[in-house]
Ligand binder design. Structure first.
Ligand code: PMP
Length: 360
């Protein structure tokens, strides 16, 4: 068996130790004689897995008691609609910050439910920077302010939060658990699992409890945050195996020393790759250096005609999925928590050899 370094933006690489443990437990979980996949979601065994996942996430992110953790389905894209559907009744509008492709998608879906007020946009810069966060024209009577602190396609990340009394709603799909955050500053955090949490199929929502009162009885039950909270994420069958694997990732992360420890490694991985890009005559990253993503690092080649060779030769070396998103082209290395530092140094070594081979 040979494992590759997988730079896919999602579904993304999982820690090898997690896959090995899942393999060990696949036929017989903890002596029960069956797989977690085969268990009733209401069995005491699965309920214990779900509760453990919840408690481990609470520990990892230091989630305060006035927040609920929900495990949902439909991905972050469904939440683009579920969030305004739950949070806007009784309000005239919602505020959105536009920093890239994913914020734009969230804005489009929200527009189906409420008046959207885009408080600032960096579209004019081709999304290569983040609008100044101080002095945003935020309508303080709106239902919430939505932000996308890591734009997975553009490779743009910002850690500061705008000053506002509105609940801040954040799509952390591609940055959750990669860096320390203060959950108490957010009204709602959501993240699809398939990058830093586990396999696709489950999406995590962390919501301040007072916001649950906004969910109206008329909502579909499976969309109703208050009902999902009341029923401990079990208004219907949850994605049991994805939740089990997410919990194995949480346990792995705790063994690594938690978010603070992994953040140090993430900083170092990104530093090395950006240093390579900034000192190269062939490769470059065009994002404002103040807002470069630690997780998703897009880069271009000075000679576009070398792109095909770069992808073919990197793939042959076991460096997989380095093509950029189809909408922007170029290359992209996604280096989430599960990417070991050796993966990044192997990529840099490959880039050095590639430059030499093609005369750069
Ligand atoms: N938001 C962000 C920041 C993402 O990166 C993605 C997926 N790449 C999504 C939302 C959409 O996630 P899903 O495909 O799970 O709906």
């Amino acid at each position: 068996m040979s494992r590759v370094y997988n730079f896919c933006s999602g579904p993304a690489a999982l820690p090898e130790a997690v896959l090995v443990k899942a393999q060990r437990e696949i036929l017989d979980w903890h002596g029960v004689g069956m797989s977690v996949m085969e268990m009733s979601h209401r069995s005491k065994e699965f309920v214990s897995v779900l509760e453990s996942a919840k408690q481990n996430l609470i520990k990892l992110l230091d989630i305060p008691e006035n927040y609920e953790v929900l495990f949902m389905q439909g991905g972050a894209s469904t939440l683009f609609a579920q969030i305004p559907a739950n949070l806007t009744p009784g309000y005239d509008s919602a505020c959105y910050l536009d920093t890239g492709v994913w914020s734009a998608k969230a804005i489009k879906e929200a527009g189906k439910y409420t008046k959207v007020n885009v408080v600032a946009s960096s579209k004019e810069s081709n999304y290569q920077t983040v609008p100044a966060l101080d002095g945003l024209k935020i309508d303080e009577s709106a239902s919430y302010l939505h932000i996308t602190p890591n734009e997975t396609i553009g490779g743009l990340e910002f850690a500061d939060l705008p000053e506002t009394d509105l609940p801040i709603v954040a799509d952390l799909s591609s940055t959750i658990l990669s860096r320390k955050i203060d959950v108490s500053r957010y009204g709602l955090i959501y993240a699809g699992a398939q990058k830093n949490i586990g396999p696709a199929g489950v999406v995590v929502v962390i919501i301040r409890k007072d916001l649950l009162a906004r969910s109206q009885e008329s909502l579909p039950t499976t969309w109703n945050f208050a009902k999902i909270a009341e029923n401990a994420s079990m208004v219907n069958t949850p994605p049991t195996y994805s939740i089990y694997l997410a919990n194995l990732v949480f346990e792995w992360l705790l063994e690594q020393g938690g978010v603070e420890a992994i953040e140090k490694i993430n900083v170092e991985k990104a530093r090395r790759l950006y240093q390579k890009l900034d000192s190269s005559r062939l490769f470059a990253n065009n994002i404002d250096p103040n807002y470069r993503s630690r997780m998703n690092i897009p880069f271009i080649l000075a000679d576009e005609s070398l792109e095909k060779a770069f992808l073919a030769e990197s793939e042959a070396q076991g460096l997989k999925t380095l093509a950029g998103h189809r909408s922007v082209g170029g290359m992209r290395a996604s280096i989430y928590n599960a990417m070991p530092i050796e993966g990044v140094t192997t990529l840099i070594d490959f880039m050095n050899a590639f430059e030499k081979k093609y005369g750069y």
